[in-house]
Design a protein around this ligand. Sequence first.
Ligand code: FAD
Ligand code: NAD
Length: 481
Amino acid sequence: AITATGAFLYVTQSEAHPGTQLEQDPTKPTLVVLGSGWGATSFLKNLDTDEFNVVVISPRNYFLFTPLLPSVTVGTLEARSLIQPTRFITRHKKRAVQVYEAEAQDVDPIKKTVTFQDISEIKGTTASVTVPYDYLVYAVGCENQTFGIKGVTEYACFLKELTDADKIRQKLMDCIETAAFKDQSQEEIDRLMHMVVVGGGPTGVEYAGELHDFLIDDLKKWYPEVADRLRITLIEALPNVLPAFSKQLIQYTESTFRENKIDVLTRTMVKDVKEQSVVVQDANKEIREIPYGLLVWATGNTSRPITRNLMNKLPGAQNVRRGLVVDDYLNMTGADQVYCLGDCTATQYAPTAQVASQQGQYLAQVFNKLGQKSKFERDLAAARATGTAEPAEIESLVKKLNRVAKVNPFHYSHQGSLAYIGSEKAIADLPLFNGNVASGGGAAYLFWRSAYVSTLYSIRNRTLVMADWIKVKLFGRDVSR
Ligand code: FAD
Ligand code: NAD
């Protein structure tokens, strides 16, 4: 996660020209970028905008550092420490970039247009616009998978966006305050203080770990009357949590959770979600109901409606439900000049920030070469037109052209996986010494912290995150709502 994502974040802003940007040029091709997440941000960060009129469209006008998002749910970190405005990146570009806070509603790959809508509460005179593109970079990510299970959207909290983390924090404190209310019945206290997490992937595990820390470090001090009633249950349909990690780390996580009194119900499938309970089918195929106060739903990803709509427009070429099919150069199959990256694609790679950021970086290099190619072609045409250019000059331009015309396929370099599991312990699966090194515990925790802090977007983010950690160490988490 570390060096690869770090590489994108550390690229120096050599083309920083705030205030002296070139204006957009109608003779240059229009490059529309959808999204402001890991894929799109890595792409923008590494792109030379000189040869393109770049337009960014995203309902979120900032980049969110998702790996530390679980820490926001209990107040270990403040939400704003993890975000960076998209305009921070674009204002440093050589040529001006247009940024619209809007949601793309439709992509027409035949007419080569994008229709997008203003989703803000305050409505201006224009709500929906269609723009043409010469190139489209499609990086809209995914939405939460619910498998169509009834009640999930209505009663559960997701953990994907900043607003989700904030909602969890509010609901958690609501449960605790209500449980501490005068003369609350014992049964109701037990329900309210039961926090259920569905999905034993890294999101669910990291959330359960953070919740445990909050209980031990803070709840016991601030709410001694109800703290001991807090129970955390993690429900996972498969035989174990964290299927993507090595066996040793799965066992380590499960035993740490046992020590931390987090109940892990494996081979247990949630079938229905009610307002105050979840209906599960356990390993013996028995159906039972588990009351909860807070339910966090972390069962992975599914394609967004706009992506499914795009697939349906190209039924012959796009026939994988999981996501958009791309070739080795991230070119969308069946669509001309559309490039897709990150979670919205169906590739051999897991949907991770690491993959999305490497793809963004790769694609920016492809576009940088494309831009250089147009420039060298123009220079060559001009040199030939003068009729006085030296043969050596022409030859040098032809060589440069041939060099930039060569594009290698995308190659992913896995830098390892890290996850925080609570009580100042983390797990790390690292590809080292021609093999895999698995490590769990306090040292992995320090590594996890330093890896993520160094991968954060900017010095500002790093300062804020470290200040939050120090603040929590000194004063505890803030329990006010
Ligand atoms: P995203 O980062 O989700 O970005 C999608 C962008 O598209 C967003 O800006 C969104 O607002 C925008 N968008 C949505 N709809 C539209 C639309 N209609 N039009 C225009 N724009 C749109 N991965 C790791 O490698 N390591 C980790 O430690 C890790 N931790 C994680 C922790 C959590 C809690 C979560 C939820 C995920 C974590 N991941 C981690 C996974 C990682 O966040 C994703 O794989 C990554 O965000 C994918 O990047 P992306 O650019 O494809 O999508
Ligand atoms: P996931 O797909 O990794 O895990 C979801 C889990 O939910 C699965 O194990 C699945 O068996 C379980 N599940 C599905 N339906 C269920 C049901 N009805 N009842 C009980 N269990 C059910 O999802 P995630 O954890 O959100 O991760 C999404 C992606 O983001 C992954 O690629 C992951 O690697 C990445 N991510 C990485 C990190 C990290 O590296 N630290 C952290 C968070 C997310």
